[in-house]
Design a protein around this ligand. Structure first.
Ligand code: NAP
Length: 258
């Protein structure tokens, strides 16, 4: 019977991995989405939408659906589902691979202020600027709702809902964005400080280049830690090599956290 791979998705890498796996005949792929976005892009293979009901629900689903390998290709800040994947894989004794794009690294000229949470970013903002470009996602706006003296420009894929800051312009857009796009946006809104999560990846990195070129400070929210003892790969080719479609034995290119 074809091996069945469950990809926990919601990222560009998950979409690419599903396409690559489908292109390899004989692999059945199911991508799981949380259902946060009303019109997700097309995906190769089977798709299921919605929570599993915690780690136990995910473990049951893995059993019932005859899954052979689990790939957590969720966003680096989706810590809840990543923890559940680790617990469910341990409970079912299934191989688990975590596909995580590397985080961004500051370069010469960058004025980055790393913080551990959105709340810490909100605490820091008043001393850095008055007009803020927020790219933390619509669900992250609540952390800034109390900053009534600052003006915010928030970009998100879907319209945000309260709680959110009272002085707010919303830009609805989905990446990728160019440096020219980002520079124009920062200038148009007279932004003097940028806030981002350390999401990594090319699609949304242009804002960092634009901020550097304009000399703007950037508050960068660090990633939440990964569960212990999970195997992490940085990109789709390494994930495919590591899967080997016959098992998840140790191979070059992967690192193991402990
Ligand atoms: P989260 O806090 O880690 O997860 C909360 C709950 O949502 C999970 O316990 C699970 O519910 C459900 N869930 C999350 N991802 C799922 C998936 N791929 N398939 C099925 N259920 C899922 O997640 P989040 O930060 O809200 O992110 C939700 C989704 O959006 C993720 O798939 C992620 O890849 C994507 N995303 C997140 C961000 C971000 O900044 N957090 C950015 C871009 C995309 P149950 O416990 O009921 O199973």
């Amino acid at each position: 019977m074809s091996p069945h791979v469950l990809v926990l998705g919601g990222t560009t890498e998950a979409r690419r991995l599903a396409a690559e796996l489908v292109a390899r005949s004989g692999v059945r792929v199911t991508t799981s989405l949380a259902g946060r976005v009303s019109r997700p892009g097309a995906l190769e293979g089977d798709v299921r939408v919605g929570g599993f009901g915690g780690a136990e629900g995910l473990a049951e689903w893995l059993d019932e659906q005859g899954v052979d390998a689990l790939v957590d290709a969720t966003h680096p800040f989706a810590a809840g589902i990543t923890a559940n994947a680790a617990r469910a894989a341990a409970a079912t004794r299934l191989p688990l691979l975590v596909l995580r794009r590397p985080g961004w690294q500051p370069g010469p000229g960058d004025r980055w202020h790393p913080v551990d949470s959105l709340d810490a970013a909100a605490d820091l903002l008043p001393e850095l600027g008055r007009r803020v470009f927020l790219t933390t996602g619509r669900l992250g706006l609540a952390a800034f709702a109390g900053l009534t003296g600052l003006h915010f420009v928030a970009r998100s894929v879907e319209p945000p809902e309260p709680p959110m800051p009272p002085r707010l312009d919303v830009v609805l857009a989905r990446g990728p964005f160019t440096v020219a796009d980002e520079s124009a946006l920062l200038r148009e809104h007279r932004v003097d400080v940028v806030v981002t999560k350390d999401s990594g990846g090319e699609a949304t990195a242009a804002k960092l280049t634009a901020a550097r070129q304009l000399g703007l400070p950037v508050v960068v929210v660090r990633r939440p830690p990964l569960p212990a003892d999970v195997t992490v790969v940085p990109d789709v080719p390494t994930a495919l090599a590591r899967l080997g479609l016959g098992g998840l034995g140790p191979q070059a290119g992967a690192r193991r956290r402990s």
